[in-house]
Design a protein around this ligand. Sequence first.
Ligand code: NAD
Length: 271
Amino acid sequence: MASSSTKRLANQVAIVTGASSGIGTGVAVALAEAGATVVVNYHSDAEEAEKVVAHIKEKGGKAVAFKADVSKENQVQEMFRQTIEQFGTLHILVANSGIQQDATLVDMTLDQWQKVIDVNLTGQFLCAREAAREFIKRGVQQDVSRAAGKIICMSSVHETIPWAGHVNYAASKGGLMLLMKSMAQELAPHKIRVNSIAPGAIKTPINNEAWETPDAARKLLELIPYGRIGEVEDIGRVAAWLASDEADYVHGTTLYVDGGMTLYPGFADNG
Ligand code: NAD
C-alpha cells in the first residue's frame, strides 16, 4: 500500500455530494483511499453518512459528514464555507447528487419536473460555482496538484440517450452536459479542470427495480455489451483517477463508464 505522501490525492480536500449511498459512497471511499480528506455530503440519512465516514476512518482515511440540500443555495454555501474553515481549502468537487421522479410526459406533474431539475441541474450549478470561487481565489498549489481545482459532474448515459418516461431526468442530464462544457471553457484559464462521468447501469438504490429480479437483470443486460451490471467501485476508481494529476490533460469531456451501453447494442445484428 502506498504511504500517505505518495498517494495521488494526498493533501487534497474533496466534497462528494450525495455520498451516503450508491455511487457517491463508492466515490467518497475511492477518493479517501487515494489520500483525500473527504466531506461526505448527505441529504437526510445521517446514520448512513456516518457509516461511510466510519468505514473510511477504519481504512485509515479522513472524512466528515455534512448535511446539505444541494438544491438550496444557502445550504450549499454553508457547506463550502464550513469545509474551507475546517480544512483550509478545497481541491476536488464531485457533484454526484441526483434523483429520479418518473412519469410519462402526459402524467408528469410540474412538481416532478421541477424537483429533478432543482437537484440534478441547479444543484450542480450551485456546488460548481462555490467550488470555482474557492479554486480561483486560491489558485494552483504546485506541491499539491497541477490544477487549481477539479470539478467532476455525475452525469448519465442519458445525457445522450433519450429516455421515454423520464423526460425530467434526461433533460437534467442533457442540460448538465452543456453546463459542464461551458464551465470547462470558462474555467480553463484558471487551471480548473471540469469533466463529467456518465455511468451506465450501476447497482444502486436509484435503479434497484432494474436489476433486483433475475428477469429485470436479464433485460438490462441486453443493453450492456460488456455483459455485466456496474458496481459503485467502477465509478469510484474512475473518479479518483479523473481527480488526479494522471488526468491533468483531460478537460471538458464526458467519460462514459457504461460497459458499452452507448454503443447502441440493438444495432449489433444489423439493426
Ligand atoms: P442514489 O439514490 O444512491 O444516490 C443519490 C444520492 O443523492 C443519495 O445519496 C441522495 O440522498 C442524494 N440526494 C438526493 N437529493 C439530494 C439533495 N437535494 N441534496 C443532496 N443530496 C441529495 O443513486 P446513485 O445511483 O448512486 O446516483 C448517484 C448519481 O449517479 C446520480 O446523479 C444519478 O443520476 C447518477 N447515475 C446513476 C446511475 C445508476 O445506474 N445508478 C446511472 C447513471 C447516472
